[in-house]
Design a protein around this ligand. Structure first.
Ligand SMILES: [Zn+2]
Length: 325
């Protein structure tokens, strides 16, 4: 039951269950994949199974250990992630966690570290973790999580067994959204827009009106709306806006190359058709790639204000071409 409660990620679940069943649990795992696809749930399930009274490949969800891990109060399961008001995980937090697992577990088989955001460790923090991974305490297991594998210290990656957690199938996302009071049309729309991330799909659903306002910007053929309205200020809002911009340009490119059936914003077919006829499609695709690079730079802690300004410049360049036609 326990593993079944996690949506998708069948391969990851199978690998972890098999390791538990055959007593081949690695000292350190690195769960890698986009945000919102179930990595943290997998880590928690693994921590439960490792310390469950049943000692099987699946947690019972009823024993004292399972219940306290699920409630986040187990003394031997240590979670660490980036704090809400910070960009990085600093060395003090890592040292504190490592000092806890240096001791024998209080009342568990093994101590479990769940570190979410390996790419966000400062250099010193990453090196401190690496040292512990090189000489891990026998009674400790590490479950590391990242959404940016390329941003992790390669020496940390090489010490871990990597478990890939890809984006979820759009159908799974759509079903999930429909179960959370989303109508069929919006659910279908968001299941593609979210690129297989449940958290992103839910965020889009809760910001649906904002997204409609964003679409009005994409539809504009002049620069005024971009110059007069405020740019997104937070990392979250900006990521969301950049995703929308890329999806819109993707649609323009599809319409321009007779791929209208692949279009996501099908209800805006008329505007997309007009833009596909008047925009330079090569520039459109190039702009989409530049926006993706900007989105990546946002994950590497470049200031949101700078990224927002550069993204607007990219879009205005595209509009300039359009206005000259
Ligand atoms: Zn249990």
């Amino acid at each position: 039951m326990a593993w079944d409660s996690i949506i998708g990620q069948e391969l990851a679940k199978r690998i972890l269950q098999e390791h538990l069943a055959t007593a081949r649990v690695a000292q350190a795992y690195l769960l890698a994949g986009p945000e919102g696809v179930g990595k943290r749930l997998l880590a928690l399930e693994m921590a439960k199974a490792l310390n469950c009274a049943l000692q099987a490949s699946e947690a019972c969800d009823a024993c004292h250990s399972c219940v306290s891990i699920a409630r986040g109060v187990h003394p031997d399961v240590h979670g660490l992630s980036v704090e809400a008001d910070a960009d990085r995980i600093k060395i003090d937090a890592v040292r504190q966690m490592l000092s806890r697992i240096a001791l024998r577990p209080f009342n568990a088989n093994v101590s479990v570290v769940i570190l979410d955001g390996v790419e966000r460790l400062t250099e010193e923090a990453a090196n401190a973790l690496l040292k512990s991974l090189e000489e891990p305490p026998a009674h400790a297991r590490f479950i590391l999580i990242t959404s940016v594998l390329s941003g992790c210290l390669p020496t940390i990656v090489s010490r871990c067994q990597i478990i890939r957690c890809p984006g979820l199938n759009p159908q799974i996302v759509a079903e999930f959204l429909k179960g959370h009071s989303c109508d069929e049309k919006t659910a279908g729309y968001l299941s593609v827009l979210s690129c297989g991330s449940l958290s992103r799909a839910m965020a889009w659903a809760s910001e649906w009106e904002g997204y409609q306002r964003l679409l009005a910007r994409f539809e504009a053929t002049g620069p005024s709306v971009w110059l007069e309205e405020k740019l997104p200020e937070t990392r979250k809002d900006l990521t969301w806006a950049l995703d929308g911009m890329v999806m819109w340009l993707r649609d323009v490119a599809f319409v321009a190359s007779d791929g209208a059936s692949w279009v996501l914003h099908a209800d805006r077919a008329k505007v997309l058709d007009e833009q596909a006829q008047s925009m330079d499609v090569d520039l459109c695709v190039e702009t989409a790639f530049q926006l993706l690079a900007l989105r990546e730079s946002l994950e590497q802690f470049v200031s949101p204000r700078l990224v927002a300004t550069l993204a607007r410049e990219q879009w205005l360049c595209l509009l300039t071409g359009l206005l000259q036609k």
